[in-house]
Design a binder for this molecule. Structure first.
Ligand code: C2E
Ligand code: MG
Ligand code: MG
Length: 640
């Protein structure tokens, strides 16, 4: 416009205007760029931006109006029309371009339109006045348009921003969900890992529990419980397949001695080696460890002959020397065999039968493996009958005590009387050698032993002869180990009124082999009550000297077998026993003395007391008085 309608009179002013408006636009451009740059980096206040923009717009508008105001009179009609056209266009454009802000849009268009319209109104020319009227009308229309477009645009921007806000929220939500998903995934992975670990742990624990509950920790063979279960299944199969199954009960001979003398470490190594030898004849799951040195082997599809051949081979294998820590050790095995279903279809019973057969085999001279038989069955039935009878023996008053004197070797005075238990089983006499082991196995010995101790104390307290004679009572290791035994002993003495020094207790030598510490404690308590203790059957119990050394005992009873053999090797053993007794500070009693020669020899060797048929057989309590009387002594018929 400046250069198109160049006017020589105002050329300089036109140029100044042109430079001014260009500067304003340039400044606005710079301002815009700076604002854009800053708002992209920092969150800046929107209001400040609007104010700057408004200032720019209004300045521009004023600049346009100034052109008209300054040069109005110099403008000829064509230029004025152009000018009006441009200003109207700019004002019209502002209605949409600046509609976002009502104030800016209206202000801008008013600044452009009002000056030129007002100037027109006051002009002299008619067409200029018309332009002024039209300009004002247009200005009013513009106000209305600006208000409307601004409302519409503001709404649109508000909605756009609202949407943007929602989108941002959604975006945030989405990110949040993604993050949560990610965390969930991590947790799930962790959980999976934990599950895997847990599964491993459960498996490991299950294996551990299986090992603990089913496997013997030393030999890794299945234990008693697991073997019984497995045997039940094998028996069922053998019945279905109609094929016999053999059960071998293997017990080691001599193991206890090795364990006691060479220590448990050597014992353990021996058991492991024996296990290996046994396993050479069967699968792992068919062999079990029953007890310390007892093993079981199930042989499916085996008849009697096969079972015996395998048992013989196992026995031979076990007798081969075993090398442990440079020692050459020897063992043997007793093997009892029972067949399923011929002898029994029950696993528990089959094991019992094989065990009993093994025990019989152990007792016999023939050391070959033995098969369960009818003879044995009769024997077992008899034992069962005895056991059943024994359960009622006390109530039925079938038990009674006999007493056998123990004489002083020096002056033949009765120093003590040994109480020996007798059982009249419905008119049949059963010896203690038969029923005492059964009572021990079944646990009845506690009740029976208590009865014996009580009876013996009461009898002894009423003895009118030899007032100082003691009563010597046999006590089973099971009784001795009982925690209530000492209390019971005190009760017996109190209720019977017997002086403690008149009570002696006899414990067999084998008692000392196991539970040495507990035995020692119990014996100390017994002795603390002034009750003497004798080791019975000395020389037969495999106890070592070192085991006896620390034990508190008062008498050693030399076993009858050595007295019987006094003219042979017995003499040396008796002399050795006497030597040991002296070392242990004990007195000696020889058992089973039957002849005058034995009396002479034993007395000469220095044995302190003698007991045996030579002096008297065990007698009933009422016969003791008769026997004690020198006149009636010869008439006493003491068959008890
Ligand atoms: P023990 O304590 O060694 O008893 C000695 C055994 O030898 C008794 O046999 C006795 O009758 C027998 N005897 C004694 N002198 C002679 C002799 O000169 N010749 C022969 N041939 N035998 C003689 P009994 O009464 O049959 O007792 C056997 C075993 O039973 C006893 O051996 C003892 O270990 C056990 N016993 C007996 N009564 C009881 C008891 O009340 N409780 C316990 N726990 N065991 C008992
Ligand atoms: Mg005895
Ligand atoms: Mg004895």
């Amino acid at each position: 416009m400046v250069f198109g309608f160049s006017n020589a009179a105002i050329k300089t002013h036109q140029l100044i205007w042109w430079i001014s408006i260009c500067s304003i636009l340039l400044l606005r451009l710079i301002d815009l760029l700076e604002w854009k740059l800053r708002s992209s980096k920092f969150s800046s206040s929107g209001l400040f931006g609007v104010q700057r923009y408004a200032a720019g717009c209004i300045t521009t508008g004023i600049a346009w109006s100034c052109y008209v105001l300054i040069f109005y009179n110099q403008l000829h009609s064509v230029e004025l029309f152009f000018k009006v056209l441009i200003i109207s266009t700019l004002a019209g454009g502002s209605a949409s371009f600046l509609a976002a802000n009502r104030f800016i849009a209206i202000s801008y268009s008013m600044i452009l339109l009002i000056p030129i319209s007002v100037l027109g109104l006051f002009a002299e020319q008619g067409h200029r006045q018309l332009l002024g009227v039209l300009g004002l009308a247009y200005a009013l229309a513009m106000v209305s348009i600006c208000v409307k477009t601004s409302r519409f645009t503001s709404n649109a921007i508000y909605q756009k921003n609202l949407n943007a806000h929602l989108i941002k929220e959604m975006e945030n939500e989405k990110n949040h969900v993604a993050l949560t998903n990610q965390e969930l995934e991590v947790s799930s992975n962790e959980l999976n890992q934990v599950n895997i670990n847990l599964e491993d742990e459960v498996k490991r624990r299950t294996d551990e529990i299986f090992q603990l509950s089913n496997l013997d920790p030393l030999t890794q063979l299945i234990n008693r419980k697991a073997f019984t279960v497995s045997l039940e299944t094998l028996i069922e199969h053998s019945i279905i397949k109609d094929s016999p199954l053999a059960l071998l009960f293997i017990d080691l001979n001599g193991f206890k001695k090795i364990n006691d003398t060479m220590g448990h470490k050597v014992g353990d190594s021996v058991l492991i080696q024996v296990t290996r030898r046994i396993l050479a004849f069967s699968d792992n799951d068919r062999v079990g460890r029953w007890n310390g040195d007892e093993f079981l082997m199930a042989l499916p599809y085996s008849d009697n002959d096969t079972a015996i051949s395998i048992a013989k081979a196992i026995a031979t294998s076990i007798t081969q020397p075993i090398y442990v820590h440079g020692n050459e050790l020897y063992l043997s095995a007793s093997i009892g065999i029972a067949m399923a279903p011929a002898h029994s279809s029950s696993a528990t019973e089959l094991i019992q039968l094989a065990d009993l057969t093994m025990c019989e085999q152990k007792k016999s001279d023939n050391k070959l493996p033995r098969l369960f038989s009818n003879d044995l069955k009769e024997k077992i039935t008899a034992a069962q009958m005895i056991l059943e009878g024994l359960q009622h023996a006390i109530q039925r008053r079938q038990l009674f005590l006999c007493y056998q004197p123990i004489q002083s070797a020096k002056d033949n005075v009765s120093f003590a009387f040994e109480a020996l238990l007798r059982w009249d089983f419905d008119g049949k006499f059963i010896g203690p050698d038969v029923f005492i082991p059964l009572a021990e196995k079944s646990g009845l010995i506690k009740e029976i032993g208590a009865w014996v101790l009580n009876r013996a104390c009461m009898d002894a307290n009423h003895w009118q002869f030899g007032r100082q004679a003691a009563v010597s009572v046999n006590v089973s290791v099971i009784q001795l180990m009982d925690d209530g035994f000492i209390r019971f002993l005190d009760n017996c003495l109190r209720s019977s009124g017997l002086a403690p020094h008149r009570l002696h207790l006899e414990v067999t030598e084998s008692t000392f082999v196991e539970n040495k510490e507990k035995v020692r404690q119990q014996l100390e308590q017994i002795q603390a009550r002034n009750i003497d203790v004798s080791i019975d059957d000395f020389g037969t119990g495999y106890s070592s000297l070192s085991q006896l050394q620390s034990l508190p005992v008062n008498y050693i009873k030399i076993d009858k077998s050595f007295v019987d053999n006094i003219e042979g090797k017995g003499e040396a053993i008796i002399r050795a026993t006497l030597f040991i007794a002296r070392e242990l500070n004990c007195q000696t009693i020889a058992e089973g003395v039957e002849t005058k020669e034995q009396v002479t020899a034993l007395s000469a060797m220095g044995v302190d007391y003698l007991q045996g048929y030579y002096f008297a057989k065990p007698m009933k309590n009422e016969d003791l008085v008769v026997w004690q009387n020198p006149i009636t002594k010869v008439f006493s018929k003491t068959d008890c």
